[in-house]
Design a protein around this ligand. Structure first.
Ligand code: ATP
Ligand code: MG
Length: 319
């Protein structure tokens, strides 16, 4: 069976883009592939962070995954920091990565240009991501465009390590989610919806009135035609895509933005209401999610330990 890994950084609240672009595909493939859902809390520390918030985010994300339908029996939910092998393999992979390779990463250049001190971990982040993937003999990594370059680096490091020190890692391939599954920010439809981002984000736990308001304020245009045209009507196109992604249907009324927004609001509410309710139920028992995480770590640890052991021996450490 195909092995997949889908990662989420614990940098903020999960949003509609995370659900449609990553979480739903993962849930839909639970019968067809062996997936790991990774909550990447170490990655959340590559930029200025609030310790309490990272912890709270990690628990919230795990709870939402369960609420949305991730079945931990089939899909281990793993908190990155609870499997120490991530950091150990990170170091071994740093020994086959060059400084130039890391410094060339577009995301590093963008994030480090923001001003203020740049954490060394921001530079080495893609090497930790490579460790996340290579640890588990992963075949396929569903990645958005923003992660292409990092996945290429993962492949480069794995191939180089194998060539220098002998066959150790499975070299993973990136698979693309559908184009329509890239959800844009409702207020600024030129940017993707993001945990860190703008006012047009639909949080998966947003109450109905917040959803209604966010959709009502979504950017549109003055053309007055409901049609997909990303270049000239990015806001309307995004709303149509969201509707299609959730309901599988095109908008009912091709002339009214108000009607489109009502349809989108209803579709989002119908999608999120059960998740919200299930999340509230699960939150009654805070120990449950911690147990799911502990079980997830335990499930995957043997594979991770095996990979690290192979890498240690190959690179020249005593076993
Ligand atoms: P951050 O701003 O912290 O990077 P993010 O919203 O980009 O947060 P990630 O944790 O980086 O979220 O990504 C988690 C998963 O969700 C990834 O598989 C990513 O490709 C997917 N994803 C993120 N944003 C979107 C979006 N707007 N549309 C579709 N998929 C998305
Ligand atoms: Mg991201």
């Amino acid at each position: 069976r195909t092995r997949r890994l889908t990662g989420f950084q614990s940098t903020g609240h999960l949003h509609l883009g995370n659900l449609l672009g990553a979480l739903r595909p993962l849930i839909a493939a639970q019968d067809a592939a062996d997936s790991i859902a990774l909550i990447a809390d170490l990655h959340a520390m590559t930029v200025e962070h609030d310790p309490a918030q990272v912890r709270a985010c990690a628990l919230e994300q795990a709870t939402i995954m369960l609420a949305a339908g991730v079945d931990p029996e089939r899909t281990p939910i793993v908190l990155q920091s609870q499997v120490r092998e991530h950091t150990e393999l990170h170091y071994l992979l740093e020994c086959v990565a060059s400084h130039g390779e890391a410094a060339r990463m577009i995301q590093f250049k963008e994030k480090s240009a923001a001003g203020g001190p740049v954490r060394l971990s921001l530079l080495t982040y893609p090497v930790l991501m490579a460790a996340d993937i290579l640890l588990y003999d992963i075949d396929q990594v569903p990645v958005g465009e923003d992660q292409n370059q990092h996945l290429e680096l993962t492949r480069t490091l794995a191939t180089r390590f194998n060539a220098k020190y002998g066959a150790t890692f499975r070299v993973p391939e990136g698979i693309r989610p559908d184009a329509a599954a890239r959800i844009m920010d409702l207020a600024e439809p030129a940017a993707k919806m993001s945990k860190s981002g703008g006012a047009g984000r639909i949080g998966l736990l947003d109450p109905p009135e917040v959803i209604r308001r966010t959709v009502a304020r979504a950017a549109t245009d003055t053309l007055g035609v409901v049609r997909r045209d990303r270049a000239h009507q990015p806001g309307v196109t995004n709303l149509i895509d969201i509707l299609a992604e959730i309901t599988g249907r095109p908008p009912a009324d091709p002339t009214s933005y108000a009607a489109l927004k009502r349809e989108v609001t209803d579709a989002i509410e119908a999608l999120l209401a059960p998740i919200r309710a299930r999340h509230a139920e699960l939150s009654q028992d805070p120990l449950l999610v911690r147990q799911v995480l502990a079980a997830g770590a335990e499930r995957v640890r043997p594979t991770a330990a095996g990979t690290v052991q192979r890498a240690r021996v190959a690179i020249g450490l005593l076993d």
